[in-house]
Design a protein around this ligand. Sequence first.
Ligand code: CA
Length: 233
Amino acid sequence: MSRVLVVEDESAIAELISLNLRHAGYEVTLAATAEQAQAAVDGVLPDLVLLDWMLPGQSGLSLARRWRGDARTRELPIIMLTARADETDKVAGLDAGADDYLAKPFSTNELMARIRAVLRRKAPEALDAAVEVAGLRLDPSTRRVSRGDVELKLGPTEFRLLHFFMTHPERVHSRAQLLDRVWGDHVFIEERTVDVHVKRLREALSPAQCAQMVETVRGAGYRLTQQVAASQA
Ligand code: CA
């Protein structure tokens, strides 16, 4: 389930957005100020943030800039919400690092479409689309993993981990990044936990001869690769 952080000080709007998001299957956290939003992000990294521009105290714009300057939140998908429809404001919002910009009032359908578009681009593991890498196929909607005729049995954590790897193939992910993106918690779970689940994932993939696709990158973390033969030569 995708986690969306809604940062909005007008409680009626916040409640309406959160109701619609929950109805669409998202897990929602609300924050009414930049400080609350920062505290929420420090705890659990959301898949996407809906960030109101005008907040009491620190503005949404400056919060977006701060997040873009921090390694942990640099890639965080952000949709800026604003009452201002000016072209210059839109440019300022996008310059501050927002992935998209939505002027109030907006329709629920438009908001949902923008959220899906940003997730597709930046956090495809948060969507239900099936993915395939080197013949290995994972379908989030049926929770099935297979390669050819071989159906694989994965635990829920291994499934999420594989889904994340498959939507970001060939990239190296540190243990801390995996805790953030797969577990949603980089503070209270030990990095060693990642190693345990990677081991289990390789075991689960071995009936389809895919265990070697999950590579250990010494001193850096893990990656999913389809170039197994090349990397072993
Ligand atoms: Ca506001």
